[in-house]
Design a protein around this ligand. Structure first.
Ligand code: T3D
Length: 264
């Protein structure tokens, strides 16, 4: 499989669909897939025509984290520098997802393990098939959670659940993940594709500027004081108020018609 085939990329009506595509390995990450995913998200940063991203997996899994076939200790002469692979491969992608000021929807179509689970949790809105499960597989192989897992799980779930999930590697079902607030929704398996695409398509005709600023504000709230956050809201509202989409939104409301947002 060539590098570009490891992530299928399609732009449909403003939605950039990125499909992790190594189904025989449950879409685990090899180096080519890292680069292809990163290039896809970078494209969403660069192209105004992209107004939402939909990330999903091909086959029966979403993503099983690192391809352990590429880490076979029996074939290595020395221990790998996994800090380097985080620094050069996983972390840049995580940062690109978080800094993209456009909605990133994740449709978890099956098992999400290791970094695969944590990349899903880094997306803005996560839908999962009811049959999907999330596994913090790291402790099974003597590693620590990465791809932002310790940060997201602790903030969202608190220490007791974050520690138990990561230390036991017990699978967490999609419905429980939704009950715990880790994901937005668990949906019937045969509805996942349709629901995720409807959500992404809706965003792709939405007020992209305002949505992006909303993402920035929500992400800043975790570390800001209330005073800092009130100042940030003031500044971002000022910016949003100058957007063409705000003018269109108010005009459309007053004219009792559907707004025609251009994403500016
Ligand atoms: O190394 C670094 O750069 C540091 C960063 C690390 C980040 C990480 O993500 S570390 C965690 C790595 N991932 C795992 O430890 C998960 C390993 N996989 C599993 O535990 C299980 O496969 C699952 C629980 C995810 C799913 O189980 P199941 O029973 O549904 O499927 P399976 O039969 O285990 O897997 C199906 C195939 O996918 C199988 O191949 P085969 O036998 O049919 O040829 C299996 O070997 C392959 N596969 C699944 N996960 C991986 C994988 N191949 C390579 N790497 C994998 N991670």
């Amino acid at each position: 499989m060539s590098g570009s085939d490891t992530v299928l990329v399609a732009l449909e009506g403003g939605v950039l669909r990125l499909t992790l595509n190594r189904p025989d390995k449950l879409n685990s990450f090899n180096e080519e897939m890292h680069h292809a995913l990163r290039a896809g998200i970078q494209r969403a940063h660069d192209e105004a025509a992209v107004r939402a991203v939909l990330l999903t997996g091909a086959g029966r899994g979403f993503c099983a984290g690192q391809d352990l076939g590429d880490r076979d200790p029996r074939k290595a002469t020395e221990a790998p520098d996994l800090g380097k692979t985080l620094e050069t491969l996983y972390n840049p992608t995580l940062r690109l997802i978080r800094s993209l000021e456009k909605p990133v929807i994740c449709a978890v179509n099956g098992v999400a393990a290791g970094a695969g689970a944590n990349i899903a949790f880094a997306c803005d809105i996560v839908l999962a098939a009811k049959s999907a499960r999330f596994i913090q597989a790291f402790s099974k192989i003597g590693l620590v959670p990465d791809a932002g897992g310790t940060w997201n799980l602790t903030r969202i779930l608190g220490e007791p659940r974050a520690k138990a999930l990561t230390m036991t590697a017990e699978p967490l079902g999609a419905e429980k993940a939704a009950d715990w607030g880790l994901i937005w929704k668990a949906v019937d398996d045969d509805r996942l594709e349709e629901e995720a695409m409807a959500l992404a398509t809706g965003f792709a005709s939405g007020p992209t500027k305002g949505l992006g600023l909303t993402k920035r504000a929500i992400q800043a709230a975790g570390t800001n004081s209330l005073d800092q956050q009130l100042d940030l809201e003031r500044d971002l509202q000022r910016e949003a108020g100058r957007s063409a989409d705000y003018a269109e939104g108010v005009a459309a409301f007053l004219e009792k018609r559907k707004p025609d947002f251009k994403g500016r």
